[in-house]
Design a protein around this ligand. Structure first.
Ligand SMILES: Cc1ncc(COP(=O)(O)O)c(C=O)c1O
Length: 378
């Protein structure tokens, strides 16, 4: 049965449980076929209500802060792979307690915390984030290999041998890429760090592997991973965020007003691009709206406006078959990754609710947010 949006409050992020399971099944197949570990990057999707399902299929999760590491332990029941650009001394002990793997972004950080890691009762595997100085990411905002990037250590800073106790390397340079980008990236990783790969137990190839996008060549990825495992005798870890929640749900919204802005028809919605889907402005990209196309001359066409006072809080332009009316429902597609994790209450706008359309075609309202959330954080 299709999702019945009429019973869902507006605005609301709606996760489609069966679509998430479909993605997880596919990712698990890649794990089984390749022997790699695939873990969820919480920064892309941290709706912990779904962690029990994620845990059934994936090997765990990766954290980029104390809060994410703690959430993994509390809600997924496993230890985190943790990487932060820099750790705060007052948080490090607690992070260690939540982690099975700790990756350092610099040799300074490694030196600062090495003894603390070694002194901990629990064995935590230490790694270094490397910068292979190669990425196929067109937006600088998402490119960790731009000149001057603070993310990762370039080869010349590491000597011939890895620092004592380092068991893994971590490279994250991809963003919504396919296995062929990975293959070309590996040329640079192996050229620069190949000798060190013989010295480690694991290689974490970061996120950006969009394995759940239609057309992704899984057999090619599997062959790459198998080759790496056999050449270097190492574990391979992939930590995608987007791929897990890719096309698994929607943002339901409503038209609040329609204004004539010097000849431009603007539909003002009960959501905000800036506050609820900031990637649409930052990346930027134009989200799909059900029943709408890019502007077509002659068809009813609207700029969709957000409900904050930010002048740029809008998306242009969408054409519809019929004119829009106040009160109409608009459904934004593919709104589960990097949305809920990035929302703000800028302008005091309320956060959309969160819900799940279950596999048995029932709707569960997981959370709604009121004044308290806004007041708490300002
Ligand atoms: C270190 C690291 N790992 C994993 C990810 C997840 O990437 P994606 O959601 O593109 O798969 C990111 C995203 O920024 C990241 O910085």
């Amino acid at each position: 049965m299709p999702i019945d949006f009429s019973i869902i409050p507006s605005p609301c992020f709606v996760l489609d449980e069966k679509l998430l399971r479909k993605n997880l099944e596919l990712l698990n197949k890649v794990q089984i076929d390749s022997g790699a570990e695939i873990i969820l990057a919480l920064k892309g999707f941290s709706m912990y209500r779904m962690f029990p399902m994620v845990k059934k299929y994936l090997s765990g999760a990766t954290a980029s802060s104390l809060n994410e590491a703690r959430l993994i332990v509390e809600e997924m029941g496993c230890l985190a792979h943790t990487y932060c650009p820099a750790y705060k001394p007052e948080e490090f002990q607690e992070i260690l307690g939540y982690s099975s793997h700790i990756t350092f972004n610099s040799l300074n950080q490694y030196k600062l915390y090495k003894e603390e890691v070694e002194a901990s009762e629990k064995k935590v595997s230490m790694g270094l984030r490397i910068n292979p100085q190669y990425a196929e990411v067109s937006t600088d905002m998402y490119n960790p290999c731009v000149i001057g990037s603070r993310l990762g250590i370039t080869r010349e800073l590491i000597g011939d041998k890895l620092p004592e106790g380092i068991e893994g390397l971590h490279s994250h340079t991809m963003c919504e890429n396919d296995s062929y980008v990975l293959e070309r990236t590996l040329v640079h990783i192996e050229e620069k760090f190949g000798d060190l790969l013989h010295q480690v137990k694991w290689l974490n190839l970061g996120g950006g592997h969009l394995m759940t996008r239609e057309g992704y060549d899984h057999a090619h990825l599997v062959s790459i991973i198998k080759r790496l495992k056999s050449t270097y005798n190492i574990e391979i870890i992939l930590e995608p965020g987007s791929a897990i929640a890719w096309q698994t749900g929607y943002l339901r919204s409503k038209v609040l007003d329609i204004v004539d802005a010097q000849g431009v028809d603007v539909a003002i919605l009960d959501i905000s691009f800036a506050a609820h889907m900031p990637d649409t402005l930052e990346m930027p990209y134009k989200p799909k709206v059900w029943g709408a196309t890019d502007a077509i001359p002659g068809k009813p066409t609207y700029r969709l406006g957000g409900m904050t006072c930010l002048a740029g809080d809008y998306m242009a332009d969408y054409s519809f078959e019929k004119p829009l009316n106040i009160g109409d429902t608009l459904i934004f597609d593919d709104m589960i990754h990097y949305t809920m994790v990035k929302t703000t209450t800028f302008n005091g706008v309320g956060l959309p609710s969160m819900g799940i359309w279950h596999e048995d075609d029932t709707f569960e309202l997981v959370k709604s947010f009121g004044y308290e959330v806004f007041k708490e954080k300002i």
